[in-house]
Design a protein around this ligand. Structure first.
Ligand SMILES: NC(=O)C1=CN([C@@H]2O[C@H](COP(=O)(O)OP(=O)(O)OC[C@H]3O[C@@H](n4cnc5c(N)ncnc54)[C@H](OP(=O)(O)O)[C@@H]3O)[C@@H](O)[C@H]2O)C=CC1
Ligand SMILES: CCCCCCCCCCCCCCCC(=O)[C@@H](N)CO
Length: 420
C-alpha cells in the first residue's frame, strides 16, 4: 500500500517535471516597468534604470508595439496645447497634460495643475488614498516602476499620486493619473489607455483593482445594485484588460492582475450581488490565461480577505449581522500586506494569489481547473484537497448555525417591535 502511494507520487512528480517548462513563467522585472493600477502599471523601456536585468529593448523590433492614434476620440478632444507630440521627452519634468476623452468624464493628468472646480472633492480625500490599489501602486513604485493610476475622483487621484511619489527610488519615475470610470464606456477606457501608452510606453502590468461591495439580503438589495456591481467589478476589469492585451501579446510581455475576493471563492450570506461579480472574474481569468500563455502573458487572480480600506469601511455600514459574524471567521488584513502579496505573485506569474492560512486552504480547495504555476502548487493541491474539504464542512456547519441563530433572534425581537 505504502509502496503504491510512493510509486504514484514519483510518477506524478515525473509527469509534472515533464510539463514544467510550460508552467514556470520567468519573473517580470519591475524596475522601469509601466504599471497601470485601477489600478494599472505601464513600463518605459528607454527609462529603465541600468540595474534592470532584462531590458525590454532586447525584444525584436517587429514585436515592438505600434503607435496608433486613438480611434473613437478625435484629437480635438484633447485640451489644446497640452499634449506634447510623440513620446514625451524628459519625463522627470513632464509638461502638464489633460486628456479629455469624448463625452467628458475622462482625463489624464500629470498632477501639476490644480484640480478643476467641477472635480472638487466631495467628502474626505482619505477615501482614495488608502485602498488596495494605492498600496499596489506604492509597492511597484518602490521597485522602480512607472505608474498610471486610474480612478474616477480626480482629487483622490492627486492625493494618492503625491503619496506614491514619496517612495521613488530614482528621479526618472513618474506617476500618471487618469480620471475615468472603467465600467462605463469601453471606447473611453481604450482611448485613455492609448494616450497613457503614448506618454509612458506600453503597459507591462495591469492591476484591475477598481471595485466595490454592497452587502445586504437578496430581497432587500435594489435590482440596480446587481447591475452596478457586475458592471464595476466585472466589466470594469474586462475593459482595461481588453485595451492592453493586444500590445502585451505583440510584445510577448505582460501581466494582468484581477482582484477578486475570498467571496469570489465561496458564496456567503449577504453577498448575493457581490460574490457573483467576483466569481465572474475567475472565469474570465482562466479563459484569458489559456489564450495568452503562449504569448508569455500571465494572469493573476487575487483573493483577499477583509482588508482595512475605505471601501471596507463603507461596506461595514451596510453589512447584515450574519455577514459580519461569518466574515469575522478571518481577521482583517492590512492593505499593504495584501498589496505586497499581489505584486509578488504577479511578478512571478502565479495564477493564484491568496493571503493567510484560510486563503491558502480556500485556494487549494477551489482550484478546480485553474492553471497551475508550479510543481509544488500542483502537488499540494492533490495532497491537501480531502483534508481541506473536511475542514470546510465544519466551517459551513458553523456558518449555517450563525444564520439560524440570527433568524431566531430576529423572530424573537419582531413581536416586541410590533407592540412597541
Ligand atoms: N477591502 C476589502 O475588504 C476587500 C476588497 N476587495 C476588492 O479589492 C478591490 C479594491 O478594494 P478597496 O481597496 O477596498 O476599495 P476602495 O473603495 O478603498 O478603493 C477602490 C478604488 O477603485 C476606484 N474605483 C471604484 N469604482 C471605479 C470605477 N467605476 N472606475 C474607476 N475607478 C473606480 C476608487 O476610486 P474612485 O471612487 O475615485 O473611482 C478607488 O480608488 C475591489 O475590487 C474590492 O472588491 C477584495 C477583497 C477584500
Ligand atoms: C478550508 C476552508 C476554509 C474556509 C475559510 C472560510 C472563510 C470565509 C470568510 C469569508 C470572508 C469574506 C471576505 C470578503 C471580503 C470582501 O471582498 C469584502 N470585504 C469587500 O469589501
Amino acid at each position: 500500500m505504502l509502496l503504491l502511494a510512493a510509486a504514484f507520487l514519483v510518477a506524478f512528480v515525473l509527469l509534472l517535471y515533464m510539463v514544467s517548462p510550460l508552467i514556470s513563467p520567468k519573473p517580470l522585472a519591475l524596475p522601469g516597468a509601466h504599471v497601470v493600477v485601477s489600478g494599472l502599471l505601464l513600463l518605459r523601456p528607454d527609462l529603465r534604470p541600468a540595474t534592470d536585468a532584462r531590458p525590454l529593448t532586447a525584444l525584436p523590433q517587429a514585436l515592438a508595439p505600434r503607435k496608433r492614434r486613438p480611434r473613437g476620440g478625435s484629437p480635438a478632444a484633447l485640451l489644446p496645447g497640452t499634449v506634447p507630440s510623440g513620446r514625451a521627452s524628459g519625463l522627470g519634468d513632464p509638461p502638464p497634460l489633460h486628456l479629455a476623452p469624448p463625452e467628458a468624464g475622462g482625463r489624464c493628468d500629470w498632477g501639476q495643475r490644480q484640480p478643476a472646480g467641477s472635480w472638487s472633492a466631495r467628502g474626505s480625500v482619505t477615501g482614495g488614498s488608502s485602498g488596495i490599489g494605492k498600496c499596489v501602486a506604492i509597492e511597484c513604485y518602490k521597485q522602480g516602476a512607472f505608474i498610471t493610476l486610474v480612478a474616477r475622483n480626480e482629487d483622490k487621484l492627486l492625493q494618492a499620486k503625491k503619496e506614491i511619489e514619496k517612495y521613488a527610488i530614482n528621479d526618472k519615475q513618474v506617476v500618471l493619473c487618469i480620471s475615468v470610470d472603467v465600467s462605463q464606456d469601453y471606447n473611453q477606457v481604450e482611448n485613455v489607455i492609448k494616450q497613457a501608452q503614448e506618454k509612458l510606453g506600453p503597459v507591462d502590468m495591469l492591476v484591475n483593482c477598481a471595485g466595490m461591495s454592497v452587502p445586504g439580503k437578496f430581497e432587500e438589495l435594489e435590482v440596480s445594485t446587481f447591475e452596478k456591481l457586475m458592471s464595476i467589478n466585472y466589466l470594469g476589469s474586462v475593459y482595461p484588460s481588453r485595451a492592453v492585451i493586444t500590445t502585451m501579446k505583440e510584445r510577448r510581455v505582460g501581466r494582468i492582475v484581477f482582484v477578486s475576493s475570498q467571496a469570489g471563492q465561496l458564496g456567503l450570506f449577504g453577498f448575493t450581488a457581490y460574490s457573483p461579480s467576483k466569481f465572474a472574474i475567475r472565469g474570465l481569468a482562466e479563459a484569458l490565461q489559456m489564450e495568452v500563455k503562449p504569448y508569455n502573458v500571465y494572469v493573476t487572480v487575487a483573493y483577499p480577505p477583509d482588508t482595512d480600506t475605505p471601501g471596507f469601511a463603507e461596506e461595514n455600514k451596510m453589512k447584515p449581522l450574519e455577514t459580519r459574524l461569518i466574515s469575522e471567521t478571518t481577521s482583517v488584513c492590512k492593505p499593504e500586506q495584501v498589496a505586497k502579496q499581489i505584486v509578488k505573485d504577479a511578478i512571478q506569474g502565479n495564477f493564484n494569489s491568496s493571503i493567510g492560512s484560510d486563503g491558502y486552504m480556500l485556494s487549494a480547495l477551489t482550484c478546480g481547473m485553474a492553471p497551475v504555476t508550479s510543481i509544488t502548487e500542483g502537488l499540494q493541491q492533490v495532497v491537501t484537497m480531502g483534508l481541506f474539504r473536511t475542514i470546510a464542512l465544519f466551517y459551513l456547519g458553523s456558518f449555517d448555525s450563525i444564520v439560524r441563530r440570527c433568524m431566531m433572534r430576529s423572530a424573537k425581537s419582531e413581536p416586541e417591535d410590533k407592540t412597541a
